[in-house]
Design a protein around this ligand. Structure first.
Ligand code: PRT
Ligand code: ZN
Length: 225
């Protein structure tokens, strides 16, 4: 890996985690000058820069070394880690800290009119999800042989479209499930925003910067608790 003397952190450009991530970084004492295309922010108070990206790209950017750290949902990090494991690829990132915002859960839900729905009743049924890696691991651990149907969006309408008998999607308030006459039956995975980084540390100037960043982050997280 090429030696670098600035640290680069990937955060979501827009979306649920974008604002709280920027706020957290400001609280840590970092300030930035934004590039005109709003994709890069140059660190002014410390040699720590930001890359503003799609949340789904963050684990890959850490894996390939384009970014050193990232703020991303644990759901995205764990899903991509599961997919890497399934493809026989080595571990390429790990969760360094839980950040206390962006809380949600990945849950299985079924149509409300379905009376009692034990997990075992989903054997041989189809479950629509954007999180096949996490769902398959959960079903395997519980010994349930269901068919996982991959959908990239609008998962909650899959049962009405006849594409699946159940769904597995992120839930926070439960309002979306209720609006689609669905009932949550099982929590597959608990999530919140996390700081992710490479499995091993850095061997250049970034090591010291990362340590400083983590010390300041821990200070801010302690005050929040
Ligand atoms: O453009 P980009 O790819 O970066 O963004 P995105 O659209 O993929 O992600 P975004 O901004 O929607 O979510 C980013 C992260 O926020 C997720 O990966 C989660 O870690 C976290 N998060 C927290 C949530 C929710 N809560 C959440 N409720 N992500 C999505 N939802 C969706 C859910 O999919 C469902 O459609 O909100 C709906 C359910 O919400 P309730 O409140 O009705 O239950
Ligand atoms: Zn996304």
């Amino acid at each position: 890996m090429k030696a670098r003397d600035r640290l680069r952190i990937a955060i979501q450009k827009s979306g649920r985690l974008a604002e709280p991530a920027r706020e957290l970084l400001a609280r840590i004492g970092l300030s930035f000058r934004e590039s005109r295309d709003r994709l890069f922010c140059y660190g002014e108070s410390l040699p720590i820069d930001l890359l503003l990206v799609r949340d789904d790209d963050i684990p890959g950017l850490i894996a390939e070394g384009t970014c050193d750290l990232g703020i991303v949902g644990r759901n995205v990090l764990a899903e991509q880690a599961a997919n890497r494991r399934a493809a026989g690829q080595p571990e390429a990132y790990r969760e360094l800290r839980a950040l206390g915002f962006g809380a949600c859960r990945l849950s299985i839900a079924v149509p409300q009119e379905q009376a009692d729905a034990p997990l075992a009743a989903l054997a041989g049924r189809r479950i629509a999800t954007s999180y096949p890696g996490l769902l398959e691991a959960f079903l395997r651990a519980r010994g349930v042989d269901a068919e996982v149907v991959l959908l990239s969006g609008s998962v909650e309408i899959a049962p009405r479209l006849g594409k699946a008998e159940a769904i597995c999607d992120l839930v926070s308030t439960g309002g979306t499930l209720a609006a689609n006459q669905l009932r949550e039956t099982e929590v597959v995975f608990e999530s919140e925003a996390v700081l992710a980084g490479p499995p091993a540390g850095f061997d250049d100037a970034r090591a010291e910067l990362a340590a400083l960043f983590l010390r300041r982050l821990d200070g801010v997280l302690r005050v929040r608790d």
